[in-house]
Design a protein around this ligand. Sequence first.
Ligand SMILES: [Zn+2]
Length: 83
Amino acid sequence: MARLQCKCGETMWNGQSPNDIEVWCYTDRQLDEILANDNISILELADLYSYNVWVCPRCKRLYVFDRSDHTKVRCIYALEKED
Ligand SMILES: [Zn+2]
């Protein structure tokens, strides 16, 4: 459980489960492996992700966290255009 202040001023918090802040990203290869194993537990699934990404609900910036250090933001993407 953590909080992160977005550059737009929004405070994000992942303390609720489920929440709309965190997005778990898997590569296509990982997804194939996951789908091939129909007995995978939620705990195993949660450990296979490539990236943990937080999405700011206000400005839609993406904060990508370091896989080895969940407290370290690896990179930030800002929205250029929204339809
Ligand atoms: Zn924001």
